[in-house]
Design a protein around this ligand. Structure first.
Ligand SMILES: N[C@@H](CCC(=O)N[C@@H](CS)C(=O)NCC(=O)O)C(=O)O
Length: 212
């Protein structure tokens, strides 16, 4: 059994999309990460920092988006979303998957919150370097792992879509727009978006904030 701990319109939404791509049955448990008194303490036994996403697969818990993505891609090879060990595309696949959480997300958050620092102060380096790196990669490659869609794109495209189109911290670049346009037509992406929309309605304050 595959259980997914999720909060709509959050950093877990890319994993929701991946689950739709996989086509395996899964069950969703919504975690109220925006609750008045904070995330229930009982959830710490699943995710030690009380963050989403997390998954439980046949009783085994996996946390951290990058790890969950690698785990799911490798566990369900029939979906063909993870270049196998030995496939040269696996290098870019792993690099970009991990880059999303180790560089893209923290550099973006630092910029969003006005943090001033030198590149060697933090492992994620400068925002400008991150933007240039992602742009260069997407000018030369159709997808994160090269010329075909992979599980890494569920993380990279989610991050680009949210930070460029919603919070508008990532600058708009033709390479980012073109990349997203290669992806938004995917049926699994559309299903995940629709499911997240329905789940967001369960939280009227979140829904009102986002639609107003
Ligand atoms: N390092 C975690 C970060 C996930 C994360 O930041 N999740 C946010 C959702 S946007 C969260 O659960 N926040 C709730 C909280 O911090 O209380 C991962 O990559 O899985």
């Amino acid at each position: 059994m595959l259980k997914f701990y999720h909060a709509p319109w959050s950093r877990a939404s890319g994993v929701l999309w991946l689950l739709e791509e996989l086509g395996q049955p899964y069950e969703i448990e919504i975690v109220d990460i925006r609750a008045e008194g904070g995330v229930p303490e009982s959830y710490r036994s699943i995710q030690p920092n009380k963050k989403v996403p997390a998954i439980s697969h046949d009783g085994t818990i996996v946390t951290e988006r990058a790890a969950i993505t690698i785990y799911l891609g490798d566990t369900f090879p029939e979906a063909d979303l993870a270049p196998a060990v030995g496939d040269p595309a696996r290098a870019a696949y792993l690099t970009w998957l991990v880059y999303c959480d180790s560089v893209f997300d923290p550099a973006l958050s630092a910029r969003a919150h006005g943090l001033e620092y030198r590149s060697n102060d933090y492992s994620f380096g400068l925002f400008e370097d991150m933007v240039a790196n992602v742009e260069r990669h997407l000018e030369r490659n159709e997808f994160a792992a090269g010329d075909r869609f992979s599980a890494a794109d569920t993380q990279l495209a989610s991050a680009i879509a949210f930070t460029m189109n919603v919070i508008k911290v990532l600058p708009e670049r033709p390479a980012f727009q073109a990349y997203l346009s290669r992806i938004v037509g995917r049926e699994a992406y559309k299903r995940a978006q629709a499911k997240d929309f329905e789940m967001a309605k369960l939280f009227p304050a979140l829904f009102a904030r986002a639609s107003g």
